[in-house]
Write a protein that binds this ligand. Structure first.
Ligand code: EPZ
Length: 415
């Protein structure tokens, strides 16, 4: 088992290149299934989640070539429509492949994606939407078999603006007969990135980034070359690292960071931005603030634990309300081992800032909770060891290397 060891107290300074977006890459890799031709992608982060998704595409029959940040996928030779359970279990977001396989082959079999460390992660909205598109669904022994003769466009109103369900509906209805409309659609930038590549391939989709998305069915898609957007959550993570110890990031599109930037300014950070980079100057001590996680363009749930770590050092009491996932405060218990003060009442965390935390051996409770522990270690007095870092490796490309380049005393050690 590997762990990350940090000696706290170093000032961070310099610029960091943000990698491609994990949460845009996964649905975009799935979209390559639809064309039956070659899709060339740039700026896909080399992380566990993209590696698993490409492994599944190879299993299905795709030819996948990788060199540096260029990935070529030829989906002409797909001959399986079943996502292997072992790989589904490795990563729940592979459910996004279901929409793409249904869109092209009108059949797919996959196992229930397990819940994960932040919640039950049901897929009822995905399945209800598939049924609206005329897809038959049989559930037996933990497997879900979806099939139909043809996919017919429909009007779908989502009970909740689910990112994954919105993406799955789009992928399943690209070749549908007639028009599909999604109301109460998710508005996340990663969905806009998915629609951009699909329209570049010849799909006819509009309304992306708003809560009404329309998909006019087409009959074929063609080859495409596409560069994935930068990862706004990684960018936010480095902004918070800078807020805790001073730093500068480049290459993050600032319009997607507005909810994060405005909260950092409220906490006392000085931020200058242009359309490609953001420079943050941290105050001597951050001020307590109130945060409520919401669907985009609200404050992103993926930044909640990272802000919780940062606010553990702030002057005053911060209130964090988590409205998206039911179990996303587990990191608070680990922060308490470092001397942080907080209490949780349902989906609300009350964090009383302390001047300094003390290094300790703590564990990653989930992907973003792990990043939160690393950031706490950057600031805490003494040595912090973060274990279970396979969570972190799932979603961040070279987090410790990038932080070391900014001046952190940080190392990844294999046990
Ligand atoms: C995506 O997950 C992201 N993952 C998550 O990022 C992100 O936190 C989340 O969107 C919200 O922004 C990827 O894109 C791979 P949802 P997703 O469907 O699609 C409930 C990270 O750290 N729900 O918008 O699973 C669900 O339980 C990850 O990078 C249903 O009830 O999120 C949750 O409470 C974590 N039924 C809420 O909606 C459904 O059928 C939001 O889920 C689907 C979802």
């Amino acid at each position: 088992m590997a762990s990350i060891i940090i000696k706290g107290g170093n000032k961070l300074n310099g610029e960091v290149k943000i990698s491609g977006s994990k949460n845009a890459s996964l649905p975009i890799i799935a979209a390559s299934i639809l064309s039956g031709k070659k899709t060339t992608l740039f700026n896909v982060p080399d992380i566990h989640d993209t590696q698993v998704t490409l492994k599944i595409l190879r299993y299905l029959g795709c030819k996948v070539y990788k060199n540096h940040d260029r990935i070529e996928i030829n989906s002409k030779y797909i001959d399986k429509m079943e996502v292997p359970e072992s790989l589904m279990r490795e990563m729940r977001s592979t459910v996004i492949l279901a929409g793409a396989l249904l869109g092209r082959f009108r059949e797919v079999t996959f196992s229930y994606p397990g819940g994960c460390d932040i919640g039950a992660r049901p897929i009822d909205l995905h399945l209800k939407s598939f049924k609206k598109l005329g897809i038959n669904i049989a559930e037996e022994y933990g497997f879900i078999r979806c099939s139909c003769d043809k996919i017919v466009g429909a009007d779908i109103d989502l009970d909740f603006p689910s990112v994954g369900a919105t993406e799955n509906i789009i992928l399943a209805s690209v070749f549908a007969q007639g028009k599909t409309s999604i109301t109460n659609a998710a508005r996340e930038p990663e969905i806009v990135d998915l629609v951009n590549i699909l329209n570049k391939m010849g799909a006819r989709i509009s309304g992306e980034g708003t809560n009404v998305i329309e998909i006019e069915g087409v009959t074929k898609l063609h080859e495409v070359k596409y560069r994935v957007m930068p990862d706004r959550i990684e960018a936010g993570t480095f902004l918070c690292a800078g807020a805790m110890a001073g730093g500068k990031i480049t290459n993050a599109r600032t319009e997607q960071l507005i909810p994060i930037i405005s909260k950092l300014e409220e906490a006392g950070c000085q931020i200058e931005k242009d359309n490609t980079s953001v420079t943050l100057q941290a105050p001597k001590r951050l001020k307590a603030i109130e945060i409520k996680t919401m669907p985009y363009p609200g404050f992103p749930t993926d930044m909640q634990s990272i802000f919780g770590s940062m606010l553990s050092f702030a002057k005053g009491t911060s209130i964090i309300t988590e409205n998206i996932f039911e179990n996303r405060f587990k990191y608070l218990q680990e922060l308490k081992r470092m001397g942080a003060k907080s209490k949780q009442e349902g989906n609300v965390a009350i964090i009383t800032g302390v001047k300094m935390l003390t290094g300790a051996k703590v564990k990653s409770t989930d992907l973003r909770g792990g990043a939160a522990m690393v950031l706490a270690g950057l600031k805490a007095r003494g040595i912090t060891e973060v274990t279970n870092i396979e969570y972190i490796l799932r979603g961040y490309e070279g987090l410790e290397t990038k932080l070391r380049k900014l001046g952190a005393d940080i190392n990844l050690v294999q046990e």
